[in-house]
Design a protein around this ligand. Structure first.
Ligand SMILES: NC(=O)C1=CN([C@@H]2O[C@H](COP(=O)(O)OP(=O)(O)OC[C@H]3O[C@@H](n4cnc5c(N)ncnc54)[C@H](O)[C@@H]3O)[C@@H](O)[C@H]2O)C=CC1
Length: 474
């Protein structure tokens, strides 16, 4: 069938255009201006600098964690704190009493000997240890990430660290205090320590083989008891004054290269830290997976926090932070940790070495020196990357050096060459300058770089107690 003919459009009558009528006699008509009068542009109101208010001014209760809190219920952890080791695993009363004594020098020797036996089998021993925990205490599984690879490694490194510093009680207490405070963010409670200790002893017994005997078991029980006591005391003391974690909203996210993002966070309440320190961080996309990132500025008056993140191959958290995080996302932060602190009293000259995004804590330390006043000290920063575009913090450091004659920045490229930049790897560039005797040194970057830079600085006259880095803690 043909479509119907379209109807013609109905138009109104067309008016004839006529010449304007002459004005009546005697009326003065002002001349028409050739151009419309100029309208003065309105004075722009000053744009106030964006002030980012805290999410909540007073919200300590939000971050409280313990039996029955929202977070524990969400993760089905209601029964935490009530767990007890199965009867079969409960040690006899006389062993428990002996294990309450502080470890002796002989105990520490036995611990080190047994760790040396287990170290080559560390992967299997830690896998067995976690299997025992999860079989006997399935409710604890939710405290750990879905994939346990990094976690396994961390546990063994912590034990090694504790065993190594067993004859340095002050150092060990400091390390375990930080560890205990940091464990609050995982939801770890005092009631967890005893069953975990039983599983640890069982795993060590299996992997020490014939090296295991009653004395070794008693030594482990004593040392583990001490570790648990320092950690739980520290956690309970910290609970009186700070939350187990902070929520932090992403308020700015800038890509500095296709792989590096500078991310600004607004914590939900004041976040105490010092320049050079780092935090562990969890994203909403990878629950229970915590990674370390350093703060890239000294503490700011507005309380905002800045991180530098490079998306590393197979790095779940770093890739999510670089490629997925956006303003409005909320992350969780553990308490600040780390030993890289400038001694402002002593005022020694500094040599700082920052590789890649490892420049973040170095930038914060330099900023802190600028804020407090260099007081006659000089600061040399070696900043290395593979390619020129990866020296994303160079302009900011050079601007700072332009304002402060005490600061010298040495950019170093390892895979390309560029006019005005040193060539080679960072440790070699540091060595080429000769002696750094008398300086305090701060190192941050890829682990191999930190180790080699430490050797280079030792050769260049810096004493071990003056070389600061957080490699062992990471
Ligand atoms: N994002 C952060 O807040 C912090 C990151 N880090 C660590 O810094 C590292 C940064 O990695 P990228 O940016 O990929 O750096 P990268 O791998 O590109 O290396 C940067 C520079 O370090 C030196 N370097 C690298 N490997 C070396 C080796 N084997 N021997 C001697 N020198 C070497 C070279 O001069 C190189 O140009 C990561 O391991 C990260 O965990 C450390 C502290 C803070």
């Amino acid at each position: 069938m043909e479509p119907p003919e379209p109807k013609p459009l109905a138009l109104g009558p067309v008016k004839a255009v006529t010449a304007p009528a002459e004005p009546p006699a005697g009326l003065v008509v002002p001349e028409r201006p050739a151009h419309p009068p100029a309208v003065p542009a309105p004075t722009p109101a000053p744009v106030p600098a964006p002030v980012i208010e805290p999410l909540f001014a007073q919200a300590p209760g939000l971050n409280w964690a313990g039996p029955g809190d929202h977070w524990s219920r969400a993760w089905a952890l209601d029964t935490l704190g009530e767990v007890a080791a199965p009867a079969a695993q409960t040690p006899a009363a006389d062993l428990r009493a002996a294990a309450e004594q502080p470890p002796t020098a002989r105990d520490i020797e036995l611990i080190r000997d047994s760790l040396a036996v287990v170290e080559p089998l560390a992967d299997r021993a830690t896998a067995h240890f976690y299997a025992l925990i999860f079989v006997h205490h399935p409710e604890v599984r939710a405290l750990f990430p879905a994939a346990m690879d990094v976690q396994r490694d961390r546990l063994f490194r912590s034990l090694l660290m504790a065993a190594r510093s067993a004859d340095d009680p002050a150092g060990l207490t400091e390390y375990l205090t930080r560890l205990g405070q940091g464990h609050r963010k995982y939801g770890t409670l005092t009631g967890h320590y005893a069953p975990v200790g039983e599983c640890l002893v069982a795993a060590l017994e299996k992997y020490c083989g014939s090296r295991w005997d009653a004395d070794t078991e008693l030594a482990w029980r004593r040392v583990y008891g001490l570790i648990a006591k320092v950690m739980t005391d520290a956690a309970e003391a910290a609970a009186k004054s700070s939350p187990p974690w902070w929520q932090a909203e992403v308020v700015d996210h800038r890509l500095r290269t296709s792989e590096i993002a500078v991310i600004t966070l607004r914590p939900d309440q004041a976040y105490p830290y010092r320049a050079g320190q780092y935090a562990t961080l969890e994203t909403p996309w990878w629950p229970r997976v915590w990674r370390h990132f350093s703060f890239a500025t000294a503490p700011r008056p507005d309380g905002l926090l800045t991180l530098h993140v490079k998306a590393v191959q197979a790095g779940w958290v770093s890739n999510a932070l670089v490629n997925r995080a956006a303003p409005g996302d909320v992350l969780r932060l553990g308490p600040a940790a780390g030993t890289m602190r400038v001694d402002h009293e002593r005022g020694a000259d500094l040599v700082c070495v920052g590789g890649g995004t490892g420049i973040a804590p170095i930038a914060a330390l330099v900023e802190e020196v600028a804020e407090r006043g260099a007081a006659g000290r000089s600061v040399d920063v070696f900043y290395g990357a593979r390619r020129p575009e990866e020296l994303y913090e160079l302009d900011a450091l050079r601007r700072l050096a332009g304002r402060h004659p005490w600061l010298t920045v040495h950019p170093v490229l390892s895979e390309q060459q560029a006019v005005g930049l040193l060539a080679g790897e960072l440790p070699d560039a540091v060595s080429r300058y000769g002696s750094w005797a008398g300086r305090d040194a701060f190192l941050s970057g890829p682990p191999a770089m930190v180790r080699r830079a430490k050797q280079a600085l030792t050769r260049a006259g810096v004493t071990a107690d003056r070389i600061h880095h957080d490699l062992d803690a990471l």
